[in-house]
Ligand binder design. Structure first.
Ligand SMILES: Nc1ncnc2c1ncn2[C@@H]1O[C@H](COP(=O)(O)OP(=O)(O)OP(=O)(O)O)[C@@H](O)[C@H]1O
Length: 709
């Protein structure tokens, strides 16, 4: 391959688009590039600018730089200078061949490219109408009008009904507008699918059958197309415009008699690249110029990548702009493309002209694999039917989604989509039910946990109380000698830290454990009990002791003057001393809902009869102890011993005179009396426990402990 100007050069072979059509389909075919040089316009002539472009042949353009530099040659399929008429351009550019290929089902594109004011719109549509209602002279009409006429002429000659329709859109500031719509400012989205490639959704396609109809559509779009004036062009297009004719040929068409074809002929009038400084664009013009240049840059980038076969197989960034998306098929797909590069001969425009020439040189090396628009032929019919079915199914599913759930589930039984839907909704319902069950289970577990915690608190409280009782029982298991009653080594734990709790509420819960001073602590918190109650109890204790002393003296005093009672009372545990010894007052009476304080009826005595205070079990425990001691001493004969330290017998009336030798009978009487007293005490104590005393407990001996509380 020959290399010119540093780039590979493929020698043009005349009317290449026509040669393309004669070649086999599916072959790699380069983009055909026609270069048109417009004549110098009035402004350039007024400024006296020189021409730097020279056509040295039908396919060669030479650029002669100012200052006498070396000429640079560019070669294209066709090169046309400014003297060529519109008809010559149409005849020589190969557009007619494009029309033929479009009728055979190919997707054909002719687009113009160049800087602003270089003649692109002029080449495609001719000069702008000079006034309202003015039409372009037939001699000046562009490639489009001539192509329309050519197409309609061929269609009429085919003899079979061919459906023609046209759409016209512009890409203005990267927004697609329908130029045939009554709402041209409404933006249309660009979509893609496998069968159509990129396409504009909801783009209006208007059927036509005559030249007048299609010209009406063209003029309608041209009127709506955005254009503005700047320093280089009074009527400068500010958008890329795509006018597309859709050609639908039925089966039996001479070109492809066995299949239906869908050809396309698209004319693209690109907005011109421009330097903002040169056009003095400001505001909206500058924004438009920015968008135009950006999209043209994306187009040039795609073309550059399409030059490399490896890149072409990988990824071409068509999505960089709306323009490249809509030209994707024409550039790298199955279309046939003709590019008309327009340049100005003026030396002032040389930099932009060189850019256009380089751009066009690259573009003509891009190849497409030309294929009819509908290569599948009959298979397409089946695909279309399937597409139609899928569309209906899609529509149906959309309607079902809009319906209520229950109604939806009951419908469409037996169909595949209905089965899938039922499965999904069934699973959803199952999950919801399971979720609800788990929530309820969680709630129940929480309730059980709370109950267990409360139960645990109660059990811990009970355990503490049992521990306390156990410790108290352990401290009480060794009987204290009267003189060391509740010695410190045997103190129950509550006595270790007396006085730490002054809360009286818990002091009334449990019965007294024993008669030691641990009894005078709170059974729950081990705090000392209230002082007023202690004083009362001390008083009661004194009275109880006095009553007992009096009772014994009354019965035995005359027989054993000054001995037995005095000994007994000298050994009495200092109940009254406890209160005096301890600074903290003690409480002796403990009551609870379960165990009520038991009153004991004392033996009648001089003071007891009218004694208003009832005896408590703790008090009578003392009496029980004293009586038991007395009985033991009487039995062991200690009663004959005389205690010098014994206090004198109390003096008082005595109904029974004392007789020598009467001690045994008196002892027996006393023993009987003590037995009665013992029974009463036992009964009282067992009543405090809520059970009757056993026979064994009823006759516990002197060496036995007091029954547990
Ligand atoms: N071959 C030609 N013969 C005579 N006049 C021409 C030719 N080409 C262009 N002109 C004139 O040059 C002016 C600019 O042309 P045109 O509007 O087609 O440029 P353009 O490339 O489309 O510019 P833009 O990109 O700004 O739209 C117009 O007045 C047009 O009539």
């Amino acid at each position: 391959m020959e290399v010119r100007n540093g780039e590979p050069f493929q020698c043009p072979t005349g009317n290449q688009p026509q040669a393309l059509g004669e070649r086999a389909e599916g072959m790699e075919t380069p983009i055909q590039v026609v270069l048109r040089v417009r004549p110098m316009n009035q402004a350039e002539l007024r400024r006296g600018e020189q021409s730097v472009l020279h056509c040295s042949g039908p396919r060669t353009l030479r650029v002669s730089p100012l200052g006498g530099g070396q000429d640079v040659a560019f070669h294209f399929s066709v090169v046309m200078d400014g003297a060529r008429t519109q008809d010559e351009v149409f005849q020589g550019s190969g557009v007619q061949r494009l029309v033929e290929l479009a009728l055979r089902g190919f997707s054909c594109t002719a687009f113009t490219f160049g800087q602003t004011g270089s003649g692109k719109t002029y080449t495609l549509t001719g000069p702008s109408p000079q006034g309202e209602g003015e039409t372009v002279p037939p001699s000046l009409t562009g490639l489009m009008q001539r192509s329309f006429a050519c197409l309609l002429d061929k269609v009429q000659n085919v003899g079979t009904p061919i459906t023609l329709s046209a759409s016209y859109l512009e890409i203005y500031n990267e927004q697609v507008r329908d130029l045939l719509s009554q709402r041209p400012h409404h933006h249309l989205p660009v979509r893609w699918n496998k069968t159509r490639g990129f396409y504009v959704e909801k783009l209006k396609a208007v059927k036509f059958g005559t030249f007048e109809e299609v010209m009406e559509l063209l003029l309608e779009g041209l009127r709506r197309r955005r254009s503005s004036a700047h320093s280089l062009n009074e009527v400068s297009s500010r958008s890329h415009a795509l006018f597309t004719i859709h050609i639908q040929c039925p089966v039996g068409c001479p070109s492809r008699p066995k299949e239906q074809t869908f050809g396309k002929l698209c004319f693209v009038d690109l907005a011109g690249s421009e330097k903002v400084a040169a056009t003095c664009s400001r505001g909206e013009l500058m924004l438009e110029a920015s968008n135009i240049n950006r999209s043209l840059l994306a187009l040039g980038h795609c073309i550059s990548l399409l030059l490399d076969p490896r890149q072409k197989k990988n990824h071409i960034p068509y999505r960089d702009s709306k323009l490249t998306r809509l030209l994707a098929d024409s550039l790298g797909g199955s279309g046939i493309t003709l590019m008309v590069a327009c340049v100005s001969p003026s030396a002032q425009s040389l930099p932009e002209t060189l850019n256009t020439l380089r751009y066009a040189s690259r573009a003509q090396r891009v190849t497409t694999r030309a294929m009819p628009k509908d290569p599948l032929g009959p298979q397409r019919l089946g695909l279309e039917e399937e597409i139609q079915q899928l569309r209906q199914e899609n529509l149906m599913l959309k309607q079902m989604l809009e319906q209520p759930l229950g109604h939806r589930a009951s419908r469409r039984k037996g169909s595949r989509s209905g089965w899938a839907e039922r499965s999904l909704y069934g699973m959803l319902q199952e999950f919801m039910l399971e979720n609800q069950q788990l929530r309820e289970e969680k709630h129940q577990l929480r309730s059980s946990r709370d109950c267990a915690q409360k139960e645990k608190q109660v059990l811990v409280q009970q355990l503490n109380e049992l521990n306390r009782r156990l410790l108290c029982s352990a401290g009480r298991s060794v009987r204290c000698p009267p003189q060391h009653f509740c010695s410190p080594s045997l103190l129950c734990p509550c006595s270790v830290s007396p006085g730490h709790c002054q809360t009286p509420a818990c002091h009334q819960v449990l019965p007294p454990l024993c008669s030691c001073h641990c009894n005078q602590l709170c059974l729950l918190c081990y705090a000392p009990c209230a002082g007023s109650q202690l004083r009362q109890d001390q008083a009661n204790q004194k009275e109880s002791t006095a009553d007992l002393k009096h009772y014994i003296n009354r019965r035995e005093g005359s027989l054993l003057p000054g001995y037995l009672p005095s000994q007994i009372f000298s050994e009495l545990p200092p109940l009254h001393v406890f209160g005096a010894q301890t600074k903290t007052p003690w409480k002796m009476e403990v009551s609870s809902p379960q165990v009520q304080t038991q009153t004991i009826a004392p033996p009648p005595g001089p003071n007891l009869k009218e004694h208003p205070v009832k005896r408590k079990s703790s008090e009578w425990a003392w009496a029980h102890f004293l009586a038991e001691t007395l009985a033991k001493e009487e039995t062991s004969g200690r009663a004959s011993q005389v205690m010098p330290s014994a206090p004198p017998l109390p003096q008082g009336p005595c109904s029974t005179p004392w007789r020598p030798g009467g001690v045994p009978s008196a002892s027996r009487m006393l023993e009987e009396e003590l037995e009665v007293l013992r029974d009463q005490i036992d009964c009282t104590l067992h009543l405090g426990q809520g059970k009757p005393p056993s026979s064994q407990e009823k006759h516990f001996g002197s060496g036995q402990h007091l029954p547990p509380c």
